[in-house]
Design a protein around this ligand. Sequence first.
Ligand code: NI
Length: 228
Amino acid sequence: MILTIPKLFPKLQVRALRARLGAAEWTDGRVTAGHQSAQTKNNSQIPESDPIAREVGEMILGALGQNPLFRSAALPLKVFPPLFNRYAGGQTFGTHVDNSLRTHAETGGRLRTDLSCTLFFSEPEEYDGGELVIEDTYGAKSVKLPAGDMILYPATSLHHVTPVTRGARVSSFFWLQSTIRQDAHRTLLFDLDTAIQQVAASSDPAMAASAVKLTGVYHNLIRQWAEL
Ligand code: NI
């Protein structure tokens, strides 16, 4: 499942956060790339240890924790502290797959990357190129979202970022380990949860009883599939 989480941050806040990122120390993005992806990656990043990266990262994690759509779609177990990148002057990231396992240099925390996230800090009209192109079983999907919106996609996907030929594209990217390992199971649970919310919103008492039963099915499926 590839899903947009709209308006994780309102516009004023996303602008303030981006200004904050502008004050950070930016370095070569190859530091977090694996062997294969280092050969196709050309961008700038803020080091994991940078206090501004940590501060803005904490705000992202806080916003995600309060976002019902994200929680329903991702069923997160562990979220990697957000990283930040910038593409400008023709920079690009060729086709690659993200590393399956990640260890955070600061905390030593480890996780399996089930889902990849990109949160956009630049408005689409500020730059040319910079599309995130994700390949899935239905073909390639090109993603370029308004500032403050985030895309959630399976970390198993091949993906690339097209060259930024004008302006700059600033974003945050990170991974998470889901309680539900398989994308197909996660998608079923998300669809079921979405349908339950609709049924539960009905004023019909029979629908309310159905919502209770379906909620039972939802939780019993999680019991079948959850890994903690
Ligand atoms: Ni990637």
